[in-house]
Every structure is written in C-alpha cells, then in structure tokens.
Design a protein around this ligand. Sequence first.
Ligand SMILES: Cc1cc2nc3c(=O)[nH]c(=O)nc-3n(C[C@H](O)[C@H](O)[C@H](O)COP(=O)(O)OP(=O)(O)OC[C@H]3O[C@@H](n4cnc5c(N)ncnc54)[C@H](O)[C@@H]3O)c2cc1C
Length: 290
Amino acid sequence: MYTAPFEYRRADTVEQAIGWLANDPENSKVLAGGHSLLPLMKLVLAQPQVLIDIGRITALKGIRIEGDDVQIGAFTTYREIVESPEVNEFCPLLAQAAQTVGDVQVRNRGTIGGSLCHADPQADMPAAVLALDAELLIEGPSGQRTQSIDGFFLAPFITSLAPGEILTAVKIPKLPAGAHTTYLKRPHPASGYPLVGVGIWLTVHDQVIDNGHIGITGIADLPFRARHLEDFLKGRLLDAATIAQAGPLAADDANLDDDPYKKNLLQVYVTRALSQFGESFAAKGLNGKS
Ligand SMILES: Cc1cc2nc3c(=O)[nH]c(=O)nc-3n(C[C@H](O)[C@H](O)[C@H](O)COP(=O)(O)OP(=O)(O)OC[C@H]3O[C@@H](n4cnc5c(N)ncnc54)[C@H](O)[C@@H]3O)c2cc1C
C-alpha cells in the first residue's frame, strides 16, 4: 500500500510547527511516532497534503517534576514513560498502562501525545490519563491554553483540539502518598488493542477505601471515568462483599445496555482489577494499610 503524495517538513520549534500548520490547517497533519497516522495514510483513510514532523522539537520531549505535577512532553514515548523514575514514583498507573501497549517497536516509537490526539476509543493510555486527572497543555495560532482530559475526547477519533493546535505536554498531579495502582486489560487476540482496559488508583487506610479514581477504555465509544463506582467505593471496606457489588456499577457511566457481552466483560475486568488490590495486600502482608 502506498500513501497519496504529500510534502514532508521537519519542525525545529513548536512555533515553527504552528506557523506551518496555520498555512493550511485542514490539509496538514502533525507527525509524531507515526504508528497510527502512517497506517491510516497507507490505507488511504487519511490524505494530508503536508506532514509536519515534531520529532526533533526538544521542548516536546521529556518528563520532569513541576511542583505537585509530573509534566510529560507530548513527544515522550511509551518506553520513556515505562522507564521513568518520576512516573514510577508519582503516577505508576501511567507506566503500567504504557507497558501493555503493542510490542517493543510500538513502545519505542509511539508517543503519549500521539495516542491522546489520535483518540482511538480502543487505546490504552486514556484509561490511565483519565483516572489520573491529567491537564493538557495546548498551543495554537491564538496562543496557549490548558484543557482538562475530561472533555478532551469528543467522539471516536475526534478531540477538542482546534485545527492548527498542537498538544505540547500532559500534566499529571502526583498521586497521594501510599496510593495503590493497577491497569488491567483484555487484549484483542489479533491486534493487542484493549477490548477493555481498566485503570485504577486507590488510597486505603485500615482496609477502608478513602479515595480513588477509575478510568475505562476500549469498551464504549469514548473512554470514561466510572464516577458512580468511585462514589460507591469511598468509605467502604476493600473486601469480597464490596468488590462483588462494585463490578456491575462500572457500566453506569457508559451506555452498554444494548450490548450484554461488553457489559459483562467490563464487570468481570473491574472485579478482577479490584481483586488484585486485595491479593497484593495479602501477599505483602499489608492488611490493607498504606
Ligand atoms: C502494531 C501496532 C500495535 C499497536 N497496539 C496498540 C495497543 O495495544 N494499544 C494502544 O493504545 N495503541 C496501540 N497502537 C497505536 C500506537 O499506540 C500509536 O503509536 C499511537 O496511537 C499514536 O502515537 P504516535 O506517536 O505514533 O502518533 P502518530 O501516528 O504520529 O499521530 C497520531 C495522530 O495524532 C496527531 N498528533 C500526534 N501528536 C500530536 C500532537 N502533539 N499534537 C497534535 N496532534 C498530534 C497526528 O496528527 C495524528 O492525527 C499500536 C500501533 C501499532 C502500529
């Protein structure tokens, strides 16, 4: 398969990339790792006339601590996230999700910015990024703006990015000390993309859940926060009775009534993910104390 002809430009700065995009925002595309965009172009499902490569822009790379946040440049690869000491210390859920993406080649090239901007409802990272309450830093012809991850995904493959805008970084608040995290996914047997992916962080004291967020991907038209389930869990013992009641509540924030298979799959994976916490407490002898 061959792409339609296009012009390739490699930007050195964000300003240069935004300037080039502004020339013809409807027919230009940012190129990051290329692991979603190039397959689409080869299938002729996308035919940008200009590709603007952001891979040499140093301002878009790297992970650093900014006060109470971990700031991750949009052109940071999955592998860099998996190996980052800052991510593993302050928001390990992100590394746990990144570790499950594709294979080693995909994780070496694919970027967090590319994953979020592509907005594939079957992508892994949105579950973690939603649970972690990320804020997105965006730049475009009218300057800089921030956008909560809540509200960024508008429809499959559509985000709130305006034509000509670039995602520059993802800001993640550090998790509370002692937070427990897990990302559990049911990979599609052929593609490896998630049929369902559940990202959870919880804080637990004396076996009682005092806070936690749950992000879900793969199963609905959009990734979402399971807010009904989060509210249910707060103040409850993390035990078998709570976990048994919790699973069915995960579907309350998604419209899956006409798809009993997906509804059941979601319930099973939420139950398994929550059970992992109980098992890991038992294995470490923590007895639920963090
Ligand atoms: C074999 C294979 C297996 C895969 N398995 C999985 C999997 O298991 N789970 C999973 O989640 N994904 C999977 N993927 C997809 C992979 O994660 C992609 O890398 C990712 O979706 C896109 O990131 P990218 O950096 O390659 O972006 P690109 O493909 O370069 O870009 C994707 C889109 O985002 C836009 N874009 C990129 N960066 C920016 C930016 N900073 N600002 C504005 N727009 C931007 C581009 O214009 C394009 O429209 C797989 C891909 C392949 C090829």
